[in-house]
Design a protein around this ligand. Structure first.
Ligand code: SF4
Length: 388
């Protein structure tokens, strides 16, 4: 009976050209108004889950949560601890290196944050400029050093490869420098060009010089080789950790756990097991909040939640998602857990897909798990469409 809480902070200093997350760049941050709304939303939505639920993770994501003052973070965490029992929680805040100094990071630590996700993206000034980031290499390294000085012993850093103009040697340089810092966790994402971004419009005009597909594959393969060689476990398609330091919060998503999302555009998934109105469906419901900031403030004031979409999860949909998300984990899907949860084995639920993908060498089984092969990781999208 555990829950993760996600808090979306939809404010940024400047919009990056590749970003499709919900974020705004107001001249003046409506910080107090937003924190007050988040607390009201959390208190009202508390009633959706069973009384004895325990919160095991709190995650401040964005946008740029590190635009918040430590005091705001502290007030939110105090409010959460009044409503919920916290179970040795992992409390993470995403930090943009261009928005913090030692005092602010110490303030987050004192507020109760025990994990940082540092959005370094690259340690190459040329590529940081292409990505439109507000920080440079020196600021990224300073932020990392300050985080250690502030007492953080669990730091994740985010890196992006396959940036326009990036060479394999650039990426290898980023990886080698990253491991020399020895963060507990490294997320290494392949840049994807999302619709409605500046990069997408550039691509449409033929003006975006992404590395060729084989170069992107080489960067992915080098990531695994270099990071595993340095003692990081490759535990999810894009995520690596020193043993014992996997992201607990993100594993809630990949393993089909329950989470309550607060703030603009946040999503929640509360299963029948945790919901106080269970029985409507045995797989629970998913909700989505409005992406409009003014509407968010209005809805929270009027009714205490900002939900604009609600979907009852059918068994079929929940099964498809369990496969799609579970395959992202390198250990794969626990076949007996799947059968207990849905009352049917994966191979019985998807006989053609499982057989075809195993024959094609994209899936493998063993040790009671179904997982992607190395080749399957490279064709993740093709595998996923067979289940959703
Ligand atoms: S800082 Fe992060 S959330 Fe903000 S625009 Fe850039 S990528 Fe998007």
């Amino acid at each position: 009976m555990t829950l993760g809480i996600y808090i979306h902070i939809p404010f940024c200093v400047k919009k990056c050209p590749y970003c499709d997350f919900t974020s705004f760049t107001p001249e003046t941050l409506p910080e107090d108004q937003y924190i007050t709304a988040l607390i009201r939303e959390m208190e009202v939505r508390r009633a959706e889950v069973v009384e004895d639920v325990k919160v095991e993770t709190v995650y401040f994501g964005g946008g740029t949560p590190s635009l918040l003052s430590p005091n705001s973070v502290k007030n939110l965490l105090i409010a959460i601890s009044k409503e919920f029992t916290l179970k040795e929680p992992e409390i993470t805040i995403e930090v943009n290196p261009g928005t913090v100094d030692l005092d602010k990071l110490k303030g987050y630590r004192d507020a109760g944050v025990n994990r940082l996700s540092l959005g370094i993206q690259s340690l190459n000034d040329r590529l940081l400029s292409v990505l439109g980031r507000i920080h440079n290499r020196k600021e990224a390294l300073n932020a990392y050093e300050s985080a250690r000085k502030a007492g953080f012993q669990n730091i994740g850093i985010d890196l992006i490869h396959s940036v326009p103009g990036e060479l394999l040697s650039d990426w290898k340089g980023d990886l080698k420098e990253a491991i020399s810092l020895r963060p507990e966790h490294i997320s290494a994402y392949n840049l994807t060009v999302e619709e409605e971004t500046h990069f997408f419009r550039q691509q449409e005009k033929g003006l975006l010089a992404l590395p060729k597909e084989e170069e992107q594959v080489a960067m992915f393969l080098e990531t695994e080789r270099i990071l595993e060689g340095a003692g990081y476990e490759h535990y999810e398609v894009s995520n690596y950790a020193i043993p014992g330091f996997r992201s607990r919060h993100n594993q809630i998503y990949w393993k089909g756990g329950e989470y309550l999302g607060l703030g603009v555009s946040a999503h929640s998934c509360i299963s029948g097991r945790l919901s106080v109105v269970s029985g409507q469906t045995n797989c629970g419901k998913r909700t989505a909040n409005t992406s409009n900031l003014e509407e968010y403030f209005r809805l929270i004031k009027e009714k205490g939640n900002a939900i604009i979409e609600e979907e009852a999860l059918t068994r079929e949909k929940a099964m498809g998602e369990a496969v799609f998300l579970g395959l992202r984990m390198m250990e794969g899907i626990d076949l007996s857990y799947f059968k207990d949860r849905f009352g049917i084995g994966i191979d019985a639920a998807y006989p053609d897909a499982v057989n075809d993908l195993m024959e094609d060498g994209l899936l493998d089984s063993g040790g009671g798990h179904l997982r992607l092969t190395k080749k399957g990781i490279l064709f993740l999208n093709d595998v996923s469409v067979r289940f959703v």
